[in-house]
Design a protein around this ligand. Structure first.
Ligand SMILES: *[C@@H]1O[C@H](CO)[C@@H](O)[C@H](O)[C@H]1NC(C)=O
Ligand SMILES: *[C@@H]1O[C@H](CO)[C@@H](O)[C@H](O)[C@H]1NC(C)=O
Ligand SMILES: *[C@@H]1O[C@H](CO)[C@@H](O)[C@H](O)[C@H]1NC(C)=O
Ligand SMILES: [Fe+2]
Length: 485
């Protein structure tokens, strides 16, 4: 027989249930996940110089460290770069749409530099433009007896529904963990890498005679298996600065800027350190955390104008890359992004940026859509608040460099932090159409198929259009309501 429950008792049960639901919904808004996964780690040491990962291609003066990047604003040009060790050799690229016939060629430039006691090889950069969209091109570089051949695929033409899969890698370095990240990325089907800074970690060899240079060369050979075949979109981190006055090296970004080029002039930028490109359905803005960005500086003025050039009808996806994360709850580099947040966050909201990718912190973290633009020295508003118009902030500084993992997160996990884990890995952003993209973060140990953090990203373009339509719909029905009754 069922026990009789009094009215008061059932009311109490109901109250308890309601407060449970309320509490848990409050919690679910605030409670991010701190993953407890502890991965087995290989030692964070650089792969030895004589390892196969850094093998020098055979043949006299054979091109090495081959890498490509987008060469214009819209994806119809590519910059091909490589190094020759023994003599300058030709800076010519032969290319075409079949391996048996190279119908076209372009002439590039060659340069070299010294860094303390290191003398670089001959660094070639060659722009090939006027390419067709969605086409596989083969290219050949070097002199006949030791020439090398590669290929790449151009992106689809700029179109709001053009699908495209980007990889996101940061703070890579050249350890066995870095190799694992690179291999997993290459299995992911990513078509272009958005690189969020800190490439070779060659600057860790400060106070050595030549290793600061040599480790740039080994890194160039290490990543060639990917960078020769698909563009990597570069942004600079602190390890690119290499300001070493005690060694007489006082030109910031010297090695980086000699070796890695960006199509900055195509987006009217005055510096290769900040620029923008459009690719498929995405508009990608690259910022420099280590260049002046406060009001009236060249970067600030350029960014203001670049936001004005974004056309969401053509490129609904607006992505920002920068090295230092704005929202980070790791003890490592905590608050380092605060000054750039104060400068640019309100623009990110105003221009409805979809996602901001950063590196720097050697762990993975994703934020909710939040903003802190109300905060200023007099307002008293101290905390970020949920904000539908805000981007998602994602830190992917977990490429695997020799500095190891940033394993200490702040406790408790702040409200803005949705997911965080100190493991190595990379991310992919697979844009499906103007409204949907599938995002994955892939921890190294799980192989390519198991994504540790994944979600569907709805574009701000879609969200704001939908809100506008809904508003219109309600206005119309309100009017209808008045006329009918
Ligand atoms: C560049 O290479 C040329 C030719 O080998 C050499 O004479 C020159 O000193 C080099 N420049 C630098 C800056 O290393
Ligand atoms: C700072 O916040 C206060 C209070 O919200 C606001 O009145 C003021 O305009 C803000 N100042 C700036 C420079 O944004
Ligand atoms: C966009 O892609 C998503 C995910 O594949 C799909 O569900 C949606 O129907 C697509 N929208 C349009 C307009 O094609
Ligand atoms: Fe960094």
């Amino acid at each position: 027989m069922m026990p009789k429950v009094s009215r008061t008792q059932s009311l109490l049960v109901l109250l308890a249930f309601i407060s449970f639901v309320l509490l848990s919904s409050v919690n679910s808004r605030n409670a991010g996940i701190t993953s407890t996964f502890i991965r087995s780690e290989w030692p964070s040491v650089d792969i030895p110089l004589d390892n196969d990962a850094f093998a020098v291609p055979k043949g006299h003066n054979a091109p090495q460290q081959v890498h490509i990047t987008q060469g214009d604003y819209d994806g119809k040009a590519v910059i091909i770069s490589w190094v020759t060790a023994d003599e300058p050799g030709p800076s010519k690229v032969q290319y075409g749409t079949s391996t048996t016939r190279y119908d076209f060629f372009a002439e590039g430039t060659v340069r070299n530099y010294t860094f303390y006691k290191y003398k670089s090889g001959y660094i070639h950069h060659c722009l090939i433009d006027g390419l067709k969209y969605n086409t596989k091109y083969y290219y050949k570089i070097g002199s006949s007896d030791s020439s090398r051949e590669f290929w790449f695929q151009t992106p689809p033409k700029i179109d709001p529904d053009a699908p495209y899969k980007f990889g996101i890698i940061g703070d890579l370095g050249q350890t066995y963990n870095s190799l694992s990240t690179l291999e997993h990325y290459m299995q992911s089907g990513g078509q272009t890498v958005l690189f969020v800074g800190d490439l070779s970690y060659a600057d860790r060899y400060e106070y050595t005679d030549v290793d600061v240079g040599l480790r740039w060369d080994t890194w160039g050979r290490f990543v060639e298996q990917s960078t020769a075949y698909q563009p990597w979109i570069w942004s600079a981190g602190n390890h690119e600065i290499e300001y070493m006055p005690h060694m007489g090296e006082v030109i910031p970004f010297k090695s980086y800027l000699h070796r890695y080029t960006t199509p900055y002039m195509a987006s009217k930028s005055s510096s290769p350190l900040w620029y923008a490109i459009r690719r498929a359905s995405a508009h990608i803005i690259v910022l420099s955390s280590y260049s002046p960005f406060v009001k009236y500086t060249p970067q600030w003025m350029w960014l203001k104008e670049e936001f004005g050039r974004v056309d969401r009808e053509k490129t609904p996806w607006l992505i920002i890359l920068m090295h230092v994360p704005i929202y980070n709850s790791n003890e490592a580099h905590y608050m380092e992004g605060e000054s750039i947040r104060a400068e640019f966050e309100s623009w990110f909201i105003r221009y409805k940026v979809d996602v901001v990718f950063a590196g720097h912190v050697h762990a993975y973290e994703r934020s909710y859509r939040i903003s802190n633009i109300r905060y200023n020295v007099t307002s008293g508003d101290r905390y970020p608040v949920p904000d539908k118009l805000a981007p998602v902030y994602i830190t992917v500084g977990d490429g695997g460099n020799q500095e190891g993992l940033a394993g200490r997160f702040r406790d408790p996990q702040p409200d803005y932090s949705a997911f965080r884990e100190a493991s190595y890995g990379h991310s992919t952003l697979e844009i499906k159409n103007r409204t949907h993209a599938i995002y994955h973060w892939n921890r190294n140990d799980d192989g390519k198929k198991v994504a540790t953090d994944s979600f569907i990203l709805h574009s701000q373009y879609w969200a704001s259009n939908r809100r506008r339509k809904l508003k219109k719909h309600y206005l119309r029905s309100a009017v209808g309501h008045i006329t009918t009754y």
